[in-house]
Design a protein around this ligand. Sequence first.
Ligand code: KIV
Length: 285
Amino acid sequence: MSTPPRSETRKSASAESPREHRTTVRSLGARKRRGERFTMLTAYDYPFARIFDEVGIDVLLVGDSLGNVVQGLDNTLPVTLDEVVYHTRMVARAARRALVVGDMPFGSYQVCAEDALRSAVRLVKDGGAHAVKLEGGLGAAATIRRIVGAEIPVMGHVGLTPQAIHRMGGYRVQGRGEAERSRVLGDAHAVEDAGAFAVVLEGMPADLAGEITERLGIPTIGIGAGVRCDGQVLVMHDMLGLSDGFAPSFVKQYASLGPLVAQAARSFADDVANGKFPGPEHSYR
Ligand code: KIV
């Protein structure tokens, strides 16, 4: 955006509205106990985070899905900690009442628990996140414990874990069949026992997610995991119709912004070509 003269700049949001009651890791737990569902959306920049925050989305996740939807990558593996920190800073700046969760990208927590803690500290200290998320169940329990032990709240993520794409042999629904089911159930329990405040359940049969939600004391947040989870999350580009290509069947598209944006860009190009923009009302005297 070009820089408008000072007389045309808007007041910052903080000057317009007082800070409202913030969602916290404790309030999400209370929501579960009261049986109140909550929402999480991914966000990667200030303008969308501000809108989501203003309409009352409870949690903003700066997901490593930014690799797919912002960077145009095939998977999330190349996303770096610096990149997530950069996007988290923008989202945190916009969030007045939502809880901001920074996703720990591949390689930022797998090598050892000390490394993981350093990465989590960066997301909180440099990114402004209130909590971090990491993928994995039983195998990630010691890491979760180490980060929680340093007073940083951790959100777990079990079932279909995109960073395990090569182990899974693609993005496949997890937890089908008895052995798989008890593995995913065990992962969810391990995450809770390690001290996570919530857990994302991704890509699993709805009845398994329902059973995990009933058994766990911490809130579950579903994506492709049916209606019985305590909260639901969607990737914002999927929800808004901004993703290109394949949309998984669990996605509900609430708007179709892609064609709207294309139409706006086409109209701008036509107006410039025809000398209709800028008009006198857009020109300085
Ligand atoms: O990275 C991400 O956006 C996520 C959500 C899909 C839960 O992990």
